[in-house]
Design a protein around this ligand. Structure first.
Ligand SMILES: C[S@@+](CC[C@H](N)C(=O)[O-])C[C@H]1O[C@@H](n2cnc3c(N)ncnc32)[C@H](O)[C@@H]1O
Length: 237
């Protein structure tokens, strides 16, 4: 169960209405359908994707143990206890940059970048860049670079960090965005679980090599009581 006690279907329906009202000018129809389908199917209190989590986070509906934004901020703060003078770049921030909004409470300046991010209702120290990132060179400089389930933007975070020597922390997603694995999956040569596992291994292998080649310390895996879909990795000097 993801939601705090007392958040029943009726209560949720009111929040959904408020959400659609507030973000009416920004919400793509496809997102509205995802929200409605999830709600109508009754699966709203079980597994949800990031888009739905962003809505829950908006109204503080998530139980502490189901709040991946707080969990990820805790990992970042554990590694960098004082963020007050840091600029943090959040890559693949999502439509509502909930991680960026949370990080903006502790840091001087946060930049959230995503092809779908909106510049609305955000704190003044959160800058958003709406961009389809196709190279690490598209990313601005920052003291720390993070990504919460950043899908195919994952290697760009690693490349940018290595290029400018900034620390990175990534909660890896399990999306299969490698064309070779997608092809194997389509041909049924591997199962979805095997493809997801291989994707994680590929990301870790890539990060490991880059960290070592660029003298960024060691590649480490972070522990969290929150059950992220995959590993949370970063460099440690
Ligand atoms: C699984 S969602 C995670 C969103 C957000 N971090 C969260 O957890 O709520 C992945 C996000 O990465 C973004 N993304 C993936 N590849 C990207 C790219 N190349 N350029 C810009 N955004 C990208 C997608 O638009 C999507 O919003």
């Amino acid at each position: 169960m993801l939601l705090k006690e007392g958040i029943d279907k009726e209560t949720l329906s009111k929040y959904l209405e408020e959400y659609f009202d507030t973000y009416n000018d920004y919400l793509p129809n496809i997102y509205k359908s995802v929200y409605q389908m999830n709600y109508l199917s009754g699966l709203y209190d079980q597994y949800v994707d990031s888009t739905i989590c962003q809505f829950y986070k908006e109204y503080n509906l998530l139980k502490e143990e189901a709040d991946m934004y707080n969990a990820f901020v805790n990992i970042i703060k554990h590694k960098h206890p004082d963020l007050s003078d840091k600029t943090i770049l959040d890559v693949g921030s999502g439509f509502l940059p909930q991680l960026g909004r949370e990080l903006a409470k502790y840091s001087k300046h946060v930049i959230s970048i995503d092809k779908n991010v909106i510049d609305y209702n955000n704190p003044s120290n959160l800058e958003v860049i709406k961009k389809d990132v196709i190279s690490y060179k598209d990313l601005p400089d920052a003291d720390i670079i993070v990504g919460l389930l950043p899908c195919e933007a994952t290697p760009y975070i690693i490349d940018k960090s290595c290029d400018i020597g900034s620390d990175f922390i990534i909660a890896l997603c399990t999306c299969i965005h490698d064309p070779k694995l997608q092809d194997q999956l389509r041909r049924r040569e591997i199962t979805r679980l095997q493809a997801m596992d291989q994707m994680t291994k590929n990301n870790i292998y890539y990060a490991y090599n880059k960290v070592h080649e660029n003298n960024m310390g060691e590649l480490v895996e972070y522990e969290s009581p929150y059950n992220f879909p995959s590993k949370v990795i970063g460099n440690r000097r």
